[in-house]
Design a protein around this ligand. Structure first.
Ligand SMILES: N[C@@H](CCC(=O)N[C@@H](CS)C(=O)NCC(=O)O)C(=O)O
Length: 211
């Protein structure tokens, strides 16, 4: 039986992982077509026919092509059977969108590129670490986690009592950030966020997307 949708991308990407978490949560069958955006290969020109900005992921459902992870994940939730991945209540749904946007705008670059890549990935690849980038990123990371602490309040997940698209946006960013000792130290300052991390990490969707 053929898969319901095609996802283009690579499993190392936080945004691909966010889409995989949505697909896995919903139980949608998919083919993951490998696109290694950092390979520098000439054949990426063909991928730009699908995603003109050359980022991953992109989704194909029949003739319908969609890029931008927030749009992809809303489509997966609204277009397929399975558990609801967006809060029913208007204000919670607005919080979900807010947290997704905050993660894109204020967390992805400092937590993944400035902390994880500089502290963990560059040394593994024999590249130098820019300590100034890490130092500048940590206050930004603290601001993000502090905001999550207040916005999630006493809920089990970031925008509701069950996982939503907000959790799928944030969790892959945390997975990289927490590979760095500095990331783990920042998380320890925010016990509510730390408890959320334990819960989201334990979900099958997280495990399958990060396998
Ligand atoms: N706004 C895009 C961001 C996707 C994105 O930046 N993906 C990264 C991988 S995690 C990428 O493709 N980077 C390639 C590049 O920066 O050239 C989305 O929401 O899908």
């Amino acid at each position: 039986m053929s898969a319901e949708v095609t996802l283009y991308g690579a499993r190392y990407s936080v945004y691909v992982r966010a889409a995989l978490m949505a697909l896995e949560s919903k139980g949608v069958s998919y083919d993951l077509v490998p696109v290694d955006i950092f390979s520098g290969a000439d054949d990426l020109a063909a991928y730009r026919e699908i995603h003109p900005f050359g980022r991953i992921p992109a989704l194909r459902d029949g003739d319908f092509i969609l890029y931008e992870t927030a749009a992809i994940n809303r489509y997966i939730d609204e277009g397929f059977l399975g558990p609801r991945l967006q809060p029913a209540e208007t204000q919670s749904r607005a919080r979900m969108t807010q947290i997704m946007s905050m993660t894109d705008s204020y967390a992805y670059r400092p937590l993944v590129w400035d902390v994880y890549v500089e502290r963990v990935s560059n040394p593994q690849e024999g590249k130098p670490t820019d300590e100034a980038l890490i130092s500048a990123a940590l206050p930004k990371a603290r601001t993000y986690l502090k905001a999550l602490h207040y916005l999630m309040g006493r809920q089990a997940f970031l925008a509701d009592e069950t996982p939503t698209l907000a959790d799928f946006h944030a969790a892959p960013v945390f997975a990289y950030f927490l590979e760095a000792a500095e990331g783990r130290a920042v998380l320890a300052e925010f016990p509510r966020v730390q408890n959320w991390w334990s819960r989201i990490q334990a979900t099958d969707a997280f495990k399958r997307a990060h396998a």
